[in-house]
Design a protein around this ligand. Structure first.
Ligand SMILES: Cc1cc2nc3c(=O)[nH]c(=O)nc-3n(C[C@H](O)[C@H](O)[C@H](O)COP(=O)(O)OP(=O)(O)OC[C@H]3O[C@@H](n4cnc5c(N)ncnc54)[C@H](O)[C@@H]3O)c2cc1C
Length: 413
């Protein structure tokens, strides 16, 4: 049986981002995926335009907004409806163009329509057994099969917080957002009754797509247990109704659910992960596409170097790979973000509004760096400290309700 250098599991954004970089190395690579890599991705991916610009990929945006705002007021008085203006471009990725662009770069990599059932390491080599009975051998298996991967080992955690959202792309009786506007977070709670006001908060993420079409999505940033799709749908419709808006045509519905604080995987395991499987979602925002694009090139280069040593086992190769993917600096940043998320999840809606209103008073460079995970560790600590110092007392108290075990015990071994 042929022994591949690398076998990739999956054909989502993580698999294709990494495969497109690995294809530049002189390696024997194959992919297997439950879905064909040509099958259109279902999710709507949004990103700050600068993240693509820095990589020369801004042409992959299908939509781009300069009028980017949020609402953190109570929605009741004139003052409670004043938007926070972000003055920073946001965009939606053209999934088809993005997928095709990555596939074009995956020269020489073939995907088989297979689903991995089991992976074992034998005599330094990994063997993947598929549900069809097919067996494939590789020096290194990279699991990019998403957040629900069964192959990546990590410390157990029961109370995994999920980001959940219910969205509609459609037409409405009147515009849910202003012309050419993008709303990152509309936290105004004036449509909520007294019961909803004290349950887990959610916000509206919305955009004008042109042609009288809008995307509106009720989003729970992170919650354990997760808010159900039904609950979010009801909140979305009541938010719209409160403004006298009804849905007149649904073109697409989005059901979103993924983990925000999956523990970092163990370093010592013979399978390497990438993407959702490798806990790469930003724990404070839920974004990942920018990170995939930024982190794939170095990982691909290093893996090609490690593979030059023919004696290295799958365990050694994957362990080295994990060190590149999750170096000390990124692990520390991840811990800080997870700590922040844990605190945010304990905030009621009024405290959350106050927190975000204060957060966006940071300089653009600082809040963008925070949300895209591009601030070096000392700068991230500085920004978080600055945010704390400038916070109103109720936020300071919320941030200080420390669960020391959380921040100090979440080590990758
Ligand atoms: C609805 C939604 C919207 C999101 N929006 C954004 C956004 O706007 N911006 C952003 O940055 N992030 C967003 N995210 C977060 C994150 O970027 C996505 O979850 C992203 O799709 C994860 O990429 P992935 O490649 O790791 O996993 P997936 O996209 O889930 O891909 C997994 C792949 O693995 C295959 N597979 C699964 N199991 C096996 C197996 N056993 N064997 C072989 N193949 C297998 C699947 O068929 C699939 O091809 C969103 C997530 C969701 C769910």
């Amino acid at each position: 049986m042929e022994i591949l250098d690398i076998l990739i599991l999956g054909s989502g954004p993580a698999a294709l981002c990494l495969a497109s970089e690995l294809a530049k190395q002189n390696l024997i690579i194959r992919g297997i995926s439950t879905k064909s890599p040509q099958e259109k991705w279902e999710n709507t991916y949004g990103i700050w335009a600068s993240e693509l610009e820095e990589l020369g990929l801004e042409s992959l945006l299908s939509h781009r907004w300069s009028k980017t705002v949020s609402f953190f007021g109570n929605g009741e008085s004139k003052k409670g409806n004043i938007p926070t203006e972000h003055c920073y471009d946001y965009g939606l990725i053209n999934q088809e163009a993005f997928q095709n662009e990555l596939l074009k770069k995956c020269k020489g990599i073939k995907w088989l329509n297979e689903t991995a059932k089991k992976i074992v390491e034998k005599n330094k080599i990994s063997e993947v057994v598929c549900f069809s009975g097919l067996k494939l051998k590789a020096r290194l298996v990279i699991d990019a099969s998403g957040h629900k991967s069964k192959f990546i080992k990590r410390p157990p955690k029961n109370d995994i917080a999920q980001q959940a959202a219910y969205g509609i792309v459609g037409k409405f009786t009147s515009p849910p957002v202003k012309k050419s506007q993008f709303v990152l977070m509309d936290f105004r709670p004036d449509h909520l009754d007294s019961v909803e006001l004290v349950s887990s908060p959610s916000f509206l993420y919305a955009m004008d797509l042109g042609n009288e079409t809008f995307f509106v999505e009720e989003t729970s940033l992170a919650s354990y247990p997760a808010l159900s799709q039904d609950h979010l749908k009801k909140r979305l419709l009541s938010r719209l109704k409160n403004k006298g808006i009804e849905v007149s045509e649904i073109l697409h519905e989005e059901n979103c659910l993924f983990p925000m604080n999956l523990p970092l995987p163990f370093k010592k395991q013979f399978v390497l992960g990438f993407g959702g499987a490798a806990s790469m979602v930003h724990p404070a925002s839920g974004y990942m596409i920018g990170s995939l694009l930024r982190r794939a090139p170095l990982l691909a280069e290093k893996l090609a170097i490690f593979l030059k040593d023919p004696n290295k086992s799958s365990l050694e190769l994957a362990t080295k790979g994990w060190s590149v993917l999750w170096p000390y600096e990124l692990k520390q940043r991840h811990k800080l973000y997870q700590y922040g998320l844990q605190r945010l999840m304990s905030f009621d809606e009024s405290r959350l509004r106050s927190f975000f209103s204060n957060f966006f008073k940071l300089s653009t460079k600082e809040w963008v760096g925070f949300l895209t995970n591009t601030l070096p560790l000392p700068k991230l600590i500085y920004v978080m400290t600055k945010m704390f110092i400038n916070s109103p007392l109720k936020i300071k108290l919320g941030m200080l309700s420390l669960n020391r075990g959380f921040i100090f015990s979440n080590h990758q071994s």
